[in-house]
Design a protein around this ligand. Structure first.
Ligand code: PTJ
Length: 248
């Protein structure tokens, strides 16, 4: 039992969700390690949604609203951390949800889909198509989902898939606390924010942006520059560390 007044309550609760998810066979054990890396980046970003993340979240939401077949890809970490928010975002932007994992087993994919169904999400997981050019299990996709999608949201990516999705002509939105990762650099839009905050922020944006015209949404996407945003994220880390040093 984690005491409510613990100074790192939120962070400990998040860890607990992943541990429980792992015990239930939803989260991969490697997902715990991946989360540790994310936590370290979050720490040196100040553990809050920064301006560069908000700009990416807004552009990403606009891109999803403009898409013909947007798909939100869900892995074992995302499923246990933000199931309710994923369901809400999918409804708001009219996107499909697909289970797609790196550490694949049919049983695990089914467990993730079952878990999501408790939150009203009917996730795709047919595994009836293959993303050519990708050797990891992430190549196993659903014909109605990632395979035919024009925009794919990929939270907590492991770097091998982004490039292939792009080669298949898709727009990729990544959520990754590490602005230096290959995925971050390859994606069209990179949200350098914790997924525990990012999806909820995107839901807020979606409620406003869905009232805009196609032209207005296109303007938001056209005005977005991912390289610039990643530069701002790196600057954000430098600034945070410099301030921390001054406080010593
Ligand atoms: O469920 P599976 O089988 O698909 O496996 C999922 C993991 C996450 C294990 C797999 O995709 C993996 O190994 O990922 P990586 O290569 O460790 O990359 C994950 C990236 O997500 C890293 O750059 C982390 O910094 C970042 N990350 C971790 N936790 C969060 C995060 N980004 C945003 N929010 C987080 N909570």
């Amino acid at each position: 039992m984690i005491p409510r007044d613990h100074p790192r309550y939120e962070s400990l609760i998040t860890r607990e969700k992943l541990v429980e998810g792992m015990k239930a066979g939803i989260t991969a054990i490697e997902g715990l390690i991946a989360h540790g890396r994310g936590e370290a980046f979050d720490y040196i970003l100040g553990e809050k949604t920064r301006d560069f993340a908000l700009k990416a979240e807004k552009a990403a939401t606009a891109m999803l609203l403009l898409a013909k077949n947007p798909v939100i890809s869900v892995n074992g970490n995302t499923a246990v951390l933000v199931p309710k928010e994923i369901g809400e975002l999918a409804k708001l932007v009219n996107a499909k949800v697909e289970v797609n994992v790196f550490h694949y087993s049919e049983e695990r994919v089914r467990k993730i889909a079952d878990y999501l169904s408790k939150f009203g999400i009917s996730a795709l997981f047919a595994g009836d198509a293959v993303l050519e050019g990708l050797s990891s299990s992430r190549r196993i996709v659903d014909k109605r989902g990632i395979y035919s999608a024009d925009v794919v949201l990929v939270p907590l990516e492991d770097g091998d898939r982004c490039e292939i999705l792009k080669r298949h002509g898709k727009k990729v939105i990544a959520i990754d606390l590490n602005p230096l990762s290959r995925t971050s650099r390859m994606a069209d839009i990179t949200i350098v924010d914790n997924i525990t905050r990012a999806i909820a922020k995107m839901c807020e944006f979606a409620k406003d942006l869905r009232n805009l015209s196609k032209e207005e949404l296109e303007k938001i996407v056209a005005g977005y520059d991912n390289k610039k945003i990643l530069g701002e994220a790196i600057e954000g880390i430098i600034e945070y560390l410099e301030n921390a040093k001054k406080l010593l």
